[in-house]
Design a protein around this ligand. Structure first.
Ligand code: IPM
Ligand code: MN
Length: 368
């Protein structure tokens, strides 16, 4: 019997629709070669949804997402000037992304940081630092910490305006993401970098206590403790020392963008946001309003997010591998989008749609 999957497609804002248009082509190519059907349901989400429906995450979109087997989400948000026309609580980050994460409790955010040896010229690092390329899995806690803690603004006893945001985790929240990280480490190189700030933050002391409990179940995984500031340096000086890294929400937000810089572009950062019942997939980068509508954005992160969906939601590892392989061979044949085109000598710059064409041609061959 044909497997049939229903996928909510949330294109998002600015470059979102352009890169999404390339990513969804993967579903056509895969279903042309395999006994599987994908039903794509486009739904409004983000700033565009606010303007058309009055809500950044409209009710009808929630219903579609609730009944979908998986959700594919493009980047959302507008320029600072455009965003300021939207009430703060309906701006795309607070009004759409965070509620999406909370709704499906997508606590484990997988952010692969990968550069094959043939692609190391994209990185601003010297080639001798990364002769074997980079292959890191950054796991970010995604539904706790400062992002979701209580917030307060007011005037204090001295008549001064103040703000307060709280970093809160319960043991269950910490344990569940650490379990996922240990499982991944056990599947990969048996090495887990635990990133924290226990020299200052009580939340990190707590996190590390839970880690000591969880690690008992994974005796063959080596744990390396690293303070988050030192981890930022280490990511630049020697990224090859890392395999799996785990950290709380805010640390993960910052280090994952730094990792994009180490690769050479945020356009190389797909991600998966996994909850107990539902997962959604999105690029780690923003919506790049400055280059929207010019057909120059890099669709790799968006297409890579589909590859992650095939593997993690639909158990289609071979097809997922083929998508990665297709993108790699496009890069290896010397083609890349504008964000990466300055970083090599013989690069043939291609548009968003041309990159998509090349990837789909390769994918089509690989799935035959
Ligand atoms: C990310 C993004 C989001 C975050 C924003 C857009 C809310 O930067 O996914 O890394 O901070 O988590
Ligand atoms: Mn971020």
């Amino acid at each position: 019997m044909t497997n049939a999957y229903k996928i909510a497609i949330l294109e998002g804002d600015a470059i979102g629709p352009e890169i999404m248009a390339q990513a969804v082509r993967v579903f056509d190519v895969v279903s042309a070669h395999r006994d599987v059907a994908f039903e794509l349901i486009h739904s409004p989400f983000g700033a565009n949804a606010y303007f058309s429906h009055g809500k950044a995450f409209p009710e009808e979109t929630k219903t579609v997402c609730d009944t979908a087997d998986a959700i594919l989400k493009g980047p959302v948000g507008l320029s600072h000037a455009e965003s300021s026309k939207i009430p703060v609580e309906e701006q795309a980050e607070r009004g759409a992304i965070l509620p999406l994460r909370a709704r499906y409790n997508t606590f484990a955010n997988f952010r692969p940081i990968v550069l094959s040896p043939e692609m190391i010229h994209f990185s601003p690092l010297k080639p001798e630092i990364i002769p074997e390329g980079i292959d890191i899995l950054l796991i970010r806690e995604l539904v706790g910490g400062l992002y979701f803690g209580d917030k307060e603004r007011g005037v204090n006893g001295s008549g001064l305006r103040f703000v307060k945001e709280t970093l809160e985790y319960d043991e269950q929240q910490v344990r569940q993401v650490l379990e996922v990280a240990f499982q991944q480490a056990a599947k990969r190189k048996h090495k887990l970098h635990n990133i924290h700030k226990s020299n200052v933050l009580m939340s990190s002391v707590f996190w590390n206590e839970i880690l000591e409990e969880v690690r008992v179940g994974y005796p063959d995984v080596e744990v390396v403790h690293l303070l988050v500031d030192a981890a930022a340096t280490a990511l630049c000086l020697n990224p090859a020392q890392f395999d799996v890294m785990v950290m709380e929400n805010m640390f993960g937000d910052i280090l994952s963008d730094q990792a994009g810089g180490v690769l050479g572009s945020l356009g190389l950062m797909p991600s998966a946001c996994i909850g107990p019942e539902k997962a959604y997939y999105e690029p780690s980068h923003g919506s790049a309003p400055d280059i929207a509508g010019r057909n120059i954005a890099n669709p790799y992160s968006m297409i890579g997010s589909v590859a992650m969906m095939l593997e993690m939601s639909f158990n289609m590892s071979a097809e997922s591998d083929a998508v990665w392989q297709a993108m790699k061979s496009v890069f290896e044949s010397g083609h890349s989008t504008a964000d990466l085109a300055t970083s090599g000598e013989h690069i043939n710059q291609v548009s968003t749609t041309e990159f998509g064409d090349l990837v789909m041609q390769q994918l089509d061959k690989l799935l035959r």
